[in-house]
Design a protein around this ligand. Structure first.
Ligand SMILES: O=C(O)CCC(=O)C(=O)O
Length: 232
């Protein structure tokens, strides 16, 4: 296991905290977490009892509706990212001052539902065009603070390539999920680590760290990824 006390000598773009527990920060987000629970219930999604045998006729519709409500209408992840205790938590770990980045996401991942998972990618390659709106980000180091809000296992957590990225490696656009599917140009990922565990299992990683949704679990998971930046 990696220690989160590792000193950050390099660019945050390559940072990787390894597994951390974020309960200390999320306990200040009860209102927002309750709002998410309410939305899941309203959409007849019982995450605790969800299993392979559940049959949701309109899974695609439910998935879309919940994502739209939480992310776009109520902007719950954005509100969480702006909480003082959340920012303090990230700053303490990184020992750097950070600002909130405008891409914060709630996700839920369903067994056998391909749309809910993403393939190997670097976050830096997934926001083309954002620099036109936020020029400051072009010269910033960006990190993601990912948290499993439900219990996760080694087949539905978040997986990281440990031997990549090579310094300065930036992947190209690829078919399928576009930027969310790295074209690794024949480079083989030899060693990877999946972050999973009890609710509030988290990881912080830089925008050039290759990662993907682990797959194969029969459990659903919900998670939230918040982003922060620091000017170079
Ligand atoms: O939660 C996932 O499975 C994907 C998350 C991700 O790619 C990210 O936070 O950048």
């Amino acid at each position: 296991m990696h220690t989160h006390y590792q000193k950050i000598k390099m660019n945050l773009d390559y940072y990787y905290s390894g597994k951390i527990n974020s309960y200390e920060a999320y306990r200040y987000c009860n209102n927002e977490l309750n709002e998410i629970d309410e939305i899941l219930k309203l959409n007849t999604l019982n995450i605790e009892e969800f299993n392979e045998k559940n049959h949701y006729e309109n899974l695609e519709e439910i998935w879309r509706e919940v994502m739209k409500k939480v992310n776009n209408e109520l902007r719950i992840p954005d509100r969480i990212a702006r909480k003082k205790e959340i920012i303090d938590f990230v700053e303490t770990l990184l020992q750097k001052k950070v600002h909130v980045f405008p891409v914060n996401m709630f996700r839920f991942n369903m067994p056998k539902y391909e749309r809910s998972r993403v393939a190997w990618h670097q976050d830096s390659q997934t926001w083309p065009g954002i620099y036109d709106t936020y020029p400051i980000l072009k010269n910033s180091e960006i990190v993601t603070f990912w948290t499993g809000l439900t219990k996760t296992d080694d087949k539905n957590g978040l997986a990281f390539a440990l031997d990549l990225p090579l310094k300065n490696f930036q992947h190209e656009f690829s078919e399928g999920q576009g930027y969310f599917n790295a074209n690794l140009e024949g480079i083989e990922i030899k060693s990877e680590e999946t972050i999973y565990g009890d609710p509030f299992t988290s990881v912080i990683f830089g925008q050039n760290r290759l990662h993907r949704t682990a797959f194969g679990s029969l459990l659903p998971r919900i998670s939230i990824d918040l982003r922060f930046y620091r000017e170079k």
